[in-house]
Structure formats: structure tokens, C-alpha cells
Ligand binder design. Structure first.
Ligand SMILES: [Zn+2]
Ligand SMILES: [Zn+2]
Ligand SMILES: [Zn+2]
Length: 168
């Protein structure tokens, strides 16, 4: 987006989860959505693996991820995923509500990685939230459907406390 103050192109500042104008130092902080993600709306060359709409940049936990404005899914690099989940879980209450059970139908879906075009791996996520995660080990990205990040973030503590569950 362009700076609302001076009209210059703004730049994504991941650590601040914001857009910044280097000319007049204006910051733009979008409100976090229901998944705790700030949608920065800067377009990228990657298409959504689910609905093919162009993805845009977004931020959470001081990390950049990609967001689909149509289906509200998230493409998150494996390197950022642990930090995003850790930060958001520290920010939200895990005592509210029982997690929904895993939907076995989610396991039958096949997505293609938007980076390399190979079939993504679809498997139950080892951490909290009872979700099915799709990932591409070659490109080291995870795909989360709409509300799956929220389910991970809001679910009660998993039984393993060694942090191993954080690994997708
Ligand atoms: Zn400006
Ligand atoms: Zn989509
Ligand atoms: Zn890939």
C-alpha cells in the first residue's frame, strides 16, 4: 500500500508486524484478524494452493507469512511456524472452550505446493488443536486452512511438554 501521509510506497517491517514509510516514518498496523494475523495486503507472486487466488503478505509473531484473502488460509514457512505458534499461544487464553475433534475428511484432501507444484503431505498436526496440516518438506512450508491457526493457539496445553509438538 502507499503511505496515507505522503503517498510513497510502504515497506513491510516484519518485526513490527507493520508497514512503514521510510520517507515520513508513518507506520500502519492492521488489526489482527480472528487467527491473530495482521494482514499487510502486499501482493506476492504465489497463488493459494486451495482456491488459486493470489496470496498477500501478512505478519504474526514478528514473522512474515502469506495469507489468502479469499479462503483466509495461511502459508507459513516451517522456520517461522514455531515462533508464530509460540508467540500467539502466549498472547491468547487456552482455557476457553474444548477443541473440536479432528475432521477425518481433511486427511483425504490433496493440495499442490504453490512453490514447487508437488503434492503436499497431509497429516494430523502433532501439536494442539486437532487439526490436519498440509506441508511441503521440499519447500519447508505449512499450509493452514482458515481458523486452524486459531485452533492451535487456543487449544489447551498438549500432553508433551518438551516442545517437540511445536515441530510440524
Ligand atoms: Zn509517508
Ligand atoms: Zn485461498
Ligand atoms: Zn514445494
Amino acid at each position: 500500500m502507499n503511505c496515507p501521509n505522503c503517498g510513497a510506497a510502504m515497506r513491510v517491517e516484519a518485526a513490527k508486524e507493520a508497514l512503514v514509510c521510510d520517507f515520513c516514518q508513518t507506520f500502519h498496523f492492521p488489526e489482527p484478524n480472528a487467527d491473530g494475523v495482521r494482514v499487510l495486503d502486499e501482493p506476492v507472486e504465489t497463488a493459494c494452493p486451495l482456491c488459486q487466488a493470489p496470496l498477500v503478505m501478512a505478519a504474526a509473531g514478528g514473522e512474515i507469512l502469506l495469507y489468502c484473502g479469499r479462503c483466509r488460509g495461511l502459508l507459513i514457512s516451517m522456520a517461522s511456524f514455531v515462533e508464530i505458534v509460540r508467540t500467539l499461544r502466549a498472547r491468547y487464553d487456552q482455557s476457553a472452550g474444548k477443541p473440536e475433534p479432528l475432521n477425518p475428511r481433511d486427511l483425504n484432501r490433496r493440495l499442490r505446493c504453490p512453490h514447487c507444484g508437488e503434492s503436499m503431505h497431509t497429516h494430523p498436526y502433532a501439536g494442539p488443536g486437532n487439526i490436519v496440516i498440509d506441508n511441503c518438506p521440499r519447500c519447508a512450508v505449512n499450509w493452514l486452512d482458515h481458523s486452524e491457526l486459531r485452533r492451535i493457539v487456543r487449544a489447551p496445553e498438549p500432553t508433551r511438554h518438551d516442545g517437540a509438538w511445536l515441530l510440524p
